[in-house]
Design a protein around this ligand. Sequence first.
Ligand SMILES: NC(=O)c1ccc[n+]([C@@H]2O[C@H](COP(=O)([O-])OP(=O)(O)OC[C@H]3O[C@@H](n4cnc5c(N)ncnc54)[C@H](O)[C@@H]3O)[C@@H](O)[C@H]2O)c1
Length: 345
Amino acid sequence: MKKIGYCVAGLGVGKNHVSAAASNPNVGYLAICDIDEGRLEAVGKQYPQAVRYNTFEDMLKDPEIDIVSIALPSGIHAEYAVKALEAGKHILCEKPIDITVEKALTIEEARIRTGKKVGVIFQNRNNPVMREAKEAIESGAIGKLILGTFSVKWYRDQPYYDAGGWRGTWAMDGGGSLMNQAVHTVDLMQWLMGDVESVQGLYTIANHKIETEDLTASVIRFKNGAVATFVSTTCCNPSRGTFVQVYGSDGCIELNGDKVDAWKIRGITPEEENAVKEKYVKGSAAAVQADPTLVIGHASQVNDIIDAVIHDRDPQIGPMEAIKAVRIINAVYESSRTGKIIRFD
Ligand SMILES: NC(=O)c1ccc[n+]([C@@H]2O[C@H](COP(=O)([O-])OP(=O)(O)OC[C@H]3O[C@@H](n4cnc5c(N)ncnc54)[C@H](O)[C@@H]3O)[C@@H](O)[C@H]2O)c1
């Protein structure tokens, strides 16, 4: 079997894609691409086997490359993803898939037109505790879903926003704390709670000099009747973490990052609940240490797209699944601007 040619475009968080591709045994050709020569040089030194490109367009002409990771600023994901698909490459796109539903849909259209594979990063779905929570909720172990409370209380200083240039801008980041940082948790919310019926929200700039927002608060109603509150901020100094709390008619699951605060599912004894807490006491990393077959983080999805190409199957998270979080986030922004409840079909 021919080995896979893998290129990573964008060498910020893209470095995680490079390390995952470099250690995947099915990758036989590695390339990196960035317009920033300093980053190209630094990552190139670390991976001397990687072929370097300083323009995306030149990289696309390389016939050895089968898959391209798009780890570019969020507002240009669709533009570059579509170019890559039309050049015959499969893609793995960073979150958010793009900053508007309309632009994200152009990736889905190009995927259908070209028949190539498209995966989208939401690596937190692969944290072992999150998988176990999803299975428990789906099995009915907490009963009928009633309430979710989700909060992302993080800190980003002003230099963080100033450094990227694109961060905290409507054109390239598409928002702030919600679109950039909390998009993972918005995805987890809809994954755990179900399809959204309506969104009511507000955003504000609480403590940064940026164009978009650094704080949002919203109320989400789901088609199954459940309700959730969602808070995101990059003003919580020091960062307090990410809280995912789901309550049903017969129990609840409360997570603080990937540690368990409560696991009160139907029929569970206090000893069994303690055993679940103990299993994740040091987070997902400890669970991975206990079971070396588990792969988390970016590597889980880099491995997934490679396997999807080799076995001609759909990647774990495709465009239509990834678009759901972008739609919810833009509804929060629209609701804040108009003062209206945004209803989904
Ligand atoms: N999954 C995660 O946990 C996670 C974490 C951080 C960032 N991200 C996402 O990854 C993306 C990149 O974020 P980042 O923090 O790495 O940003 P960054 O600004 O640090 O890196 C982006 C890189 O893209 C390069 N670039 C820009 N335009 C280019 C072009 N036309 N051709 C080639 N290279 C180009 C820049 O030079 C830069 O090195 C964003 O969409 C962000 O939301 C995801």
